[in-house]
Write a protein that binds this ligand. Structure first.
Ligand code: CP
Ligand code: NVA
Length: 303
């Protein structure tokens, strides 16, 4: 059984395999070559948080692969009224061939995998966002030709995106510098993992320091889903952490910008920088589709 629960679980080779398959599926889709690897298979999509990209790309991806996606809003399910995840996992395993879940606690995703008997794909938790990071790595490789040796800079919150990018970048032999205010550091598990990579990982307070010489500059919202009540406090804490033209002048001249979206212009990224790098950012959004199709194929078939 194969799951995608977090980037920490994937080896360098597995990430390469997913990215190569994603490139192949993208090529096939662009050239109208059918790839119905999931014919007759069903994928449940459980959402306990809002989504535009993840929902649509999983639904369209399953359709293009010949399978059936089933959107399941947690608010409309018994899990939203307290049915234990252990029972939900065992029931859904009798109907479906796989589950994608977007929720709050990482432990809920891990429990689905533990108690169910079908592949589980993490569509975002408070801890990580592996599907997004695979799309980001795919996009960076498209623009830069390779991942190894590239420098990534992440400016902002030590959230699900920062956690997963640190792991993904280091596993793919990139270096990564992150800049975050005190109290908004990445998860201790991720910091522990990064310790094994010496100076390939750096955590600083000063955004300019992180961005110097970067090939890829990345950010994400300051208040993630579920943190709306802290938005004002966070705006103060993250003052000075906006990716604007001045900050970009410290990166390499050909640096690309990535943002998982949705973006808050004027907060984590200026409108000018966003529009100047819109091509890369929307390629990144498109690559969610291709990278996730590769993940579904890997998790639900022997390919
Ligand atoms: N980036 C991302 O996961 O977008 P959605 O929240 O719209 O799915
Ligand atoms: N960190 C953001 C990512 C959204 C795709 C959140 O969790 O809301």
């Amino acid at each position: 059984m194969k799951h995608l629960l977090k980037m920490l679980d994937l080896s360098h080779e597995e990430i390469c395999e997913i990215l190569n398959l994603a490139d192949q599926l993208k090529y096939e889709q662009k050239h109208n070559i059918e790839h119905k690897y999931l014919k007759g298979k069903t994928l449940g999509l459980i959402f306990e948080k809002a989504s535009t990209r993840t929902r649509v790309s999983f639904e369209v991806g399953m359709y293009q692969l010949g399978g059936l996606p089933i959107f399941l809003s947690a608010n409309d399910m018994q899990i939203g009224r307290g049915e234990p995840v252990q029972d939900t996992a065992r029931v859904l395993s009798r109907y479906l061939d796989g589950i994608m879940i977007r929720t709050f606690k990482q432990s809920e995703v891990e429990d689905l995998a533990k108690y169910g008997s079908i592949p589980i794909i993490n569509g975002l938790t408070d801890f990580c966002h592996p599907c997004q990071i695979l799309a980001d790595l795919m996009t960076i490789r498209e623009y830069k030709g390779k991942l190894a040796g590239q420098k990534m800079a992440f400016i902002g919150d030590g959230n699900n995106m920062m956690n997963s990018l640190i792991v993904g970048a280091l596993k793919m032999e990139m270096s990564i510098s992150v800049a975050c205010p005190e109290g908004y550091e990445p998860d201790p598990l991720v910091l522990e993992f990064a310790k094994g990579f010496g100076d390939k990982f750096e955590m600083v307070r000063e955004p300019k320091k992180a961005v110097v010489g970067a090939d890829v500059v990345i950010t994400d919202v300051w208040a993630s889903m579920g943190q709306e009540g802290e938005a004002e406090k966070r705006k103060k804490a993250f003052a000075g952490y906006c990716i604007d033209e001045e900050l970009m002048s410290y990166a390499k001249p050909d640096a690309i910008v990535q943002h998982c979206l949705p973006a808050h212009r004027g907060e984590e990224i200026s409108a000018d920088v966003f529009e100047a790098h819109a091509a890369e950012i929307f390629d990144e959004a498109e690559n969610r589709l291709h990278a996730q199709k590769a993940v579904i194929v890997k998790c639900l078939t022997d390919k």
